[in-house]
Design a protein around this ligand. Structure first.
Ligand code: ATP
Ligand code: MG
Length: 406
C-alpha cells in the first residue's frame, strides 16, 4: 500500500476516554476509529490485522475438521423463547430491533439457538454425528463495562464453534482436540507463552469449563496460578473443593491480571433438549444431541496483543499478524527511485511511505504503526548497494544488500 494514496493519517491524540496504552496507539496509528463506547470501525490497517488473526484461527479449526458457516445476525425470537433467553430480565445485554410493522427481532449476542434450530433439519441419525461448525461473525451485546477499547466491545468479532456428538466419548475427544487447537492458535498469534488454560465453572453437564486467559495488565479478570503444578484457575472456582480437586493450596497460588481470549464449554443437552435437536441411536432410541461451544474473541485478541506488544514509541506487531511486514522509506532522488523499484511487485508485503514528508516524520509513523521491519534506502546507503533495515522489536539496525532484504 502507498501511504500517499491512503486516507490514513497518524493522530497526535487518542479519544480522551481511551485509557490503555495499546488502545491509544491503535487509534492514533489509524487502525481503529471509535464511534461510541464499545463500538469501533476497523480501518485498512486494522482490518488487515483482523484478517491475519482470522486466517490463523480458520487454519487451525479446519485442521480439526470443523466447517465454517456464516449465520444471520438478525434473530428470530422463537428459539430464544424456548431456551428462556429472550427475556430481558434474564439477558440484559440484548440489542433488539423494533420493527415498523410491529414485533421485534434480536441482534445475535451468541449463536447456540440458531445453530441448534438450523441443524434440526440436517441431523436425524447417529450416523450424522459427530461434527463441528464455526463462524466468525459480529456479535452484539450491550455490555455495561464497555471501557477497555476493543477488548470489550458492544459490537465485536467472535469466532464461535459448536460441536455435536452422540456420545460423551466423542464429545470429550473433540473437546480435547479443540483445547490443543486453541493453544496452537495462541502460539501462532504470539501470545502462547502468556496464555493459560484456566479452570472455570462448568454447568449441569460438566464440573468445569475452560477459559484461555492471557496475562495482561489491563485485563478485567484475576487468575490464580501455580507454574510448578501447571494449575490455573479463575476467581469463580477459587474455593476449597476445587483447590482440593486440583491438588493446590491457596497459598501456592499467585494472582495476576488477565484477559479472557477464549473459552470452551460442555453444553450437554442444554440447548438440544428444549429445541428438539435429536438423533436416533443404534438401538433405535431418540436422544438429544450432546453439544459443546468454543469461543475466541477475535477483536479482543487484537486488543490484547496491542496492549502486550507495545513500547513508548508505539505498537510492535508480531510478524504473523502485522498488517505489512516492511515499512519502506526512500530518501533523496536516488533513494526514492530505488524505493519505487523495490515496492513494485511486493505491494502486499510493503507499506510504502511515499508521502512528501520529512524522513523524521516517517520514522515516527513507522514506529507508531509497529510494522516489523523499517527499510530505508537513501543516496548514502545506495552507494554500497545497500538499505538500512531496522527491527521494530529490538531497534537493531543493519545495512543489508538490496538483493537480500526481502
Ligand atoms: P467475558 O467474561 O469477558 O464477558 P464471556 O464469558 O461473556 O466473556 P463468551 O460469551 O463465552 O464470553 O464469548 C467468547 C469469547 O468472546 C470470550 O472468551 C472473549 O474472548 C470474547 N468476548 C466476549 N465478550 C466480548 C466483548 N464484549 N468484546 C470483545 N470480546 C468479547
Ligand atoms: Mg460476557
Amino acid at each position: 500500500m502507498r501511504l500517499s494514496q491512503s486516507f490514513i493519517k497518524t493522530l497526535r491524540s487518542a479519544p480522551k476516554d481511551e485509557t490503555a496504552r495499546g488502545a491509544q496507539y491503535l487509534s492514533r496509528a489509524g487502525y481503529i476509529y471509535k464511534e461510541l463506547a464499545g463500538v469501533y470501525d476497523y480501518l485498512p490497517l486494522g482490518l488487515r490485522v483482523l484478517d491475519n488473526i482470522k486466517t490463523i484461527v480458520r487454519e487451525e479449526l479446519n485442521n480439526i475438521g470443523a466447517e465454517e458457516c456464516l449465520m444471520s445476525t438478525l434473530q428470530n425470537p422463537e428459539p430464544w423463547i424456548k431456551t428462556d433467553r429472550w427475556d430481558i430480565e434474564k439477558m440484559d445485554i440484548w440489542f433488539r430491533t423494533q420493527l415498523a410493522a410491529g414485533g421485534e427481532l434480536g441482534l445475535g449476542p451468541t449463536h447456540e439457538e440458531p445453530f441448534t434450530e438450523m441443524l434440526r433439519n440436517y441431523v436425524s441419525s447417529y450416523k450424522d454425528l459427530p461434527f463441528a461448525v464455526y463462524q466468525i461473525q459480529t456479535k452484539f451485546r450491550n455490555e455495561l463495562r464497555a471501557k477497555s477499547g476493543i477488548m470489550r466491545g458492544r459490537e465485536f468479532l467472535m469466532k464461535d464453534m459448536y460441536s455435536f456428538c452422540a456420545t460423551t466419548e466423542d464429545h470429550d475427544k473433540f473437546y480435547h482436540e479443540a483445547e490443543k487447537a486453541y493453544m496452537r492458535i495462541y502460539d501462532r498469534l504470539g501470545i502462547g507463552n502468556d496464555t493459560y488454560e484456566t479452570f472455570a465453572s462448568g454447568g449441569v453437564f460438566s464440573k468445569y469449563s475452560h477459559e484461555f486467559q492471557t496475562i495482561c495488565e489491563v485485563g478485567e479478570d484475576n487468575i490464580y496460578y501455580n507454574k510448578d503444578k501447571s494449575v490455573v484457575l479463575n476467581e469463580e472456582v477459587l474455593i476449597d473443593e476445587v483447590m482440593n480437586d486440583l491438588g493446590v493450596k491457596r497459598d501456592e497460588l499467585e494472582m495476576t491480571k488477565a484477559a479472557e481470549v477464549g473459552n470452551i464449554f460442555t453444553l450437554g443437552t442444554k440447548f438440544s433438549a428444549p429445541l428438539g435437536l435429536e438423533f436416533t441411536d443404534q438401538a433405535g432410541e431418540r436422544k438429544p444431541v450432546l453439544m459443546g461451544c468454543y469461543g475466541i474473541g477475535i477483536s479482543r485478541v487484537m486488543g490484547v496483543i496491542a496492549e502486550k506488544m507495545c513500547d513508548d514509541k508505539g505498537l510492535v506487531w508480531p510478524e504473523n499478524i502485522a498488517p505489512y511486514k516492511y515499512y519502506l522509506i526512500g530518501i533523496g532522488d536516488e533513494g526514492m527511485k530505488k524505493a519505487e523499484e523495490l515496492y513494485h511487485g511486493r505491494e502486499e508485503e510493503i507499506l510504502f511511505d511515499d508521502r512528501d514528508l520529512r524522513p523524521g516524520e516517517k520514522f515516527t509513523d513507522a514506529e507508531l504503526m509497529g510494522i516489523p521491519y523499517r527499510v530505508v534506502v537513501s543516496d548514502k546507503t545506495l552507494a554500497d548497494g545497500k538499505a538500512e533495515v531496522t527491527d521494530r522489536k529490538t531497534g537493531e539496525t543493519k545495512l543489508v544488500a538490496l538483493t537480500e532484504i526481502f
